[in-house]
Every structure is written in structure tokens, then in C-alpha cells.
Design a protein around this ligand. Structure first.
Ligand code: MN
Length: 282
């Protein structure tokens, strides 16, 4: 199932090139109470919401996908977890371009994970707003893993049972010497979309082609099979540090070809089986 948020907080089911408005399915969610649980309500109750969507889909109003504004398919992640340099070709790229990249040494395990502020998250239709134009803002296409059920110290063999689904992500980054979390948490610098593809639709998340172009020119091309640390290990490792909650997003690292964008550019980011998102840079 492909689930999106669109326009003004409408819940959508993506079928082909159409969006079915299934907002009514949200009525099965428990009424909000203060303090709200620290997790995304929709993802936390995805099973019952999905059943409701199935009930609604035949009578749901339809409209073409091209006519809607796509928001982040996860509305309220408690955290966005980033995996550093997780494709060997990007490791070499980061090591050779000494003027732009902060010099990181050691394995992923040595460097650790990093967090991006959840306030940086937008959907593809909102676009990226370049901040600090005197410094380079780079695109990084990444497979996003969306956590579906809570977990702490998750065993590797159980990792994938904690996944609600997958999406295309942009881990936008201002290059420089500061901590990653500082440079990657700028407003609009986390893009998620075009929708959430539920885990049952992706037989092997570790074998998906990904590519990114800017203004029609190819910049990044790889396959999630080339990750250094696989998804299963990432989830298990992350959960030894952080309790993973429904709606948490893991950005699983980027491949070679990262580069600068400027206002007016158009990024097209595509992952096999997950869709393609057009992101305007402002
Ligand atoms: Mn990244």
C-alpha cells in the first residue's frame, strides 16, 4: 500500500497516477490526549488504519497525483536518524574532496549515528529552501526506513519486523566543519516522499536502484545493495542507543555523486519500487 499526506492534512492512498482521499480512515485513531505519546499516531496504528483504508477505497474521491501537494508521509517522527558515509564510493569521494567535506575518520561504528531535527522535515512539494547561500548545500539521496513498532535492543533477526515501510529521502546538508546534526537539521533539509510504501510491497529493501538528477542531469546512481552497513544491522545498532518509536525515520546513507544545488534547481529523486519525487530548490 502506498500512503501519502497531501494538500491540507488529507490522507491519501496512491493507486497508479491517482490519489484516493481516504482521510476518513483517521477516525479509527484514538482521540489525542495531553501529553501525546512520543510517536507518530498514524504509523503507530497503521494496521487498523490500513483496514479502514481498504473499506473506503471503492467510494473514495479520486484526483490525479499531478494536482496535489505531497507532504511528508510521516507527519510527526520523534527523531530522524542518519547513517554516515555508508556507501564505499561516497567514502572515497568524501576523503578526496578536502575543501568541502569535514574529515571523518574510521568506520561507521567509530563515527556513530547522528540525529536530524524533526523540524527539518518536509514533503517533496514543499521543496528545499537554501539557507546560508555563501556555503555549499549538497543533495544526498537515501533510502528512508520508517519504523513501525517500538523497540529497544532489537535483535538483527527481528529488525525487519519493526519496519512499517520505506520512502525516498533527501538528507540535505550544508558542508562545513560543524557537527553533522547542526548542518543537516536546517529547516527543509530533510525531505521525505513521495509517499510511504508499506514494507509488504518491498521484498528486498537491500536491492533497490536509486538515482538522483538535478535539472535533468544525472548526479547520483547506485543500488541499496552497495551499503556498507545493511538495514538490519542499522536498526539493531540504533536501538541499542535509542528506543525506536513508530514513525522514526532512518536515513540509511548516500552514495557517490553528492553535489551543490542552488535556488531555481529541480531535484528528481527516484528509488525503485518507492516512486520518484520532484523537489524544487528555492
Ligand atoms: Mn546522508
Amino acid at each position: 500500500m502506498k500512503i501519502c499526506w497531501f494538500n491540507d492534512d488529507r490522507l491519501g492512498l496512491v493507486v497508479g497516477d491517482e490519489v484516493l482521499d481516504v482521510t476518513q480512515a483517521l477516525q479509527v485513531l484514538p482521540a489525542p490526549r495531553y501529553p501525546a505519546p512520543l510517536a507518530d499516531m498514524l504509523i503507530a496504528h497503521l494496521d487498523v488504519v490500513r483496514r479502514e483504508i481498504e473499506q473506503l477505497r471503492r467510494q473514495a474521491p479520486r484526483q490525479p497525483l499531478t494536482g496535489v501537494r505531497l507532504r511528508s508521509p510521516v507527519a510527526r517522527p520523534s527523531k530522524i536518524i542518519g547513517v554516515p558515509v555508508n556507501y564505499s564510493d561516497h567514502v572515497n569521494e568524501a576523503k578526496t574532496a578536502t575543501t568541502v567535506f569535514k574529515q571523518y575518520e574510521g568506520s561507521i561504528e567509530d563515527q556513530g549515528l547522528f540525529l536530524k531535527a524533526s523540524s527539518s522535515l518536509v514533503g517533496c512539494s514543499e521543496g528545499v529552501q537554501v539557507h546560508f547561500p555563501h556555503r555549499p548545500t549538497h543533495h544526498e539521496i537515501e533510502l528512508a526506513v520508517v519504523i513501525g513498532k517500538p523497540g529497544k535492543n532489537i535483535a538483527q533477526e527481528d529488525s525487519l519486523s519493526h519496519v512499517a515501510g520505506y520512502a525516498v529521502a533527501l538528507d540535505m546538508t550544508v558542508r562545513g566543519s560543524e557537527d553533522r546534526s547542526f548542518r543537516k537539521s536546517i529547516d527543509t533539509y530533510s525531505v521525505l516522499g513521495p509517499w510511504l510504501t508499506t514494507a509488504d510491497e518491498i521484498a528486498n529493501p537491500q536491492s533497490l536502484a536509486l538515482n538522483l538528477s538535478v535539472n535533468g542531469q544525472s548526479r547520483q546512481q547506485s543500488n541499496t545493495g552497495h551499503m556498507i552497513m545493511g538495514i538490519v544491522q542499522q536498526i539493531a545498532w540504533a536501538s541499542t542507543f535509542y528506543t525506536l518509536l513508530p514513525g522514526d525515520v532512518i536515513m540509511t546513507g548516500t552514495c557517490e555523486g553528492v553535489g551543490p544545488v542552488q535556488p531555481g534547481d529541480v531535484i528528481q529523486a527516484t528509488i525503485e519500487g518507492l516512486g520518484s519525487m520532484r523537489v524544487e530548490v528555492r
